[in-house]
Design a protein around this ligand. Sequence first.
Ligand code: PGA
Length: 255
Amino acid sequence: MRQKIVAGNWKMNKTFQEGKALTSELVGMINDEVRGNVKVILCVPFPYLDTVRSLVGQSSRISVGAQNCSEHASGAYTGEVAASMLKSIEIPSVIIGHSERRQYFAEAGVLLAKKVDIALANGLTPIYCCGEPLEVRERNEHETLVRKQVEESLFHLSAEAIQQVVIAYEPVWAIGTGKTATAQQAQDMHAVIRQHLAGKYGKTVAETITILYGGSVNAGNANELFACPDVDGGLVGGASLKSREFTDIIKAMKA
Ligand code: PGA
């Protein structure tokens, strides 16, 4: 059975005080209401990581993730945060290659492969994001592009290492737009990704890899999306900022 995950991506939102309040509300609601073995990851801004981790406490269900890390180990890189720093405050996962990083910070291919490597070397789970912009889907080249994104940043990994990675498929046109992919579109692309993984690593390995869907997931569409056989959970932006809605999304993931 693949691990089911619902991850919240706060992006650059919430003050410290608001973030603490949201975390406390979420911990209460999740502990009271969520059953099964779905895991929840709160991907919060760097300055909040240590505090949010303390607020989450010893929960076996909820953990905390970062939204990015440097490709470098350490040194003179002003403003950057190293994977080893995340490890040193016991953060177990990190989003890598989010489409906003690709779009606004020109992150791509080889650079993202380095970030994946350094995250893994520090024992972190990379949540590797891929997904096509609208014009690529309109040209019907979305499958080719997503296969390439997976290939260029992940296919150098060993079969053992790739099984430590979580993949998030997030069509760019669905992120923050309120326009979600249909369950069929999500399932189709997840199946394409899994087949691609199977082609490289074999079916058994591909079957173990968790693939999340992201892009305007909300309490209204989560049930249908999460019911798809190759959708193993969600990466949730806007709706993860509201405790009631995020908890309802987590409850939609039957695991
Ligand atoms: P959204 O963001 O849920 O607000 O569309 C998803 C993401 O960017 O991870």
